[in-house]
Design a protein around this ligand. Sequence first.
Ligand SMILES: [Cu+2]
Length: 126
Amino acid sequence: MAAGLVLAVSAAPRLPVAAPLGPPPPRTVVVGMADDMKFSPAMIAISPGDTVEWVVTGAVPHTVTDAPGKAALREHTTRPAGAAPWDSGLVEQGKRYRQVFRVRGTYTYVCLLHEASGMVGKLVVR
Ligand SMILES: [Cu+2]
């Protein structure tokens, strides 16, 4: 009887022990835009496939823009080769703008309304 039990246990299929391989699931990273005319945080690092969500947390509207020819300074709107430009347009109080990033590299973006106040952000997809 005892021998039969041991046989039954050892014949059971083995369960996988290790965690699944591969990249972690996509995340959403939130960047606040308050009335202090800053992206908060001003610099973020994400992984390909992650979403960035910019949220207006104050009363003042903002834009999230990385498109050539829109900013006063060219270095305020840069992106890696192969990445598409973007412009959120006006994002009002309580609203948000989201975007998924798939191309690795460094992006610099700006709020067109407050570029002169230094409202410039950077994100790195690594
Ligand atoms: Cu702004």
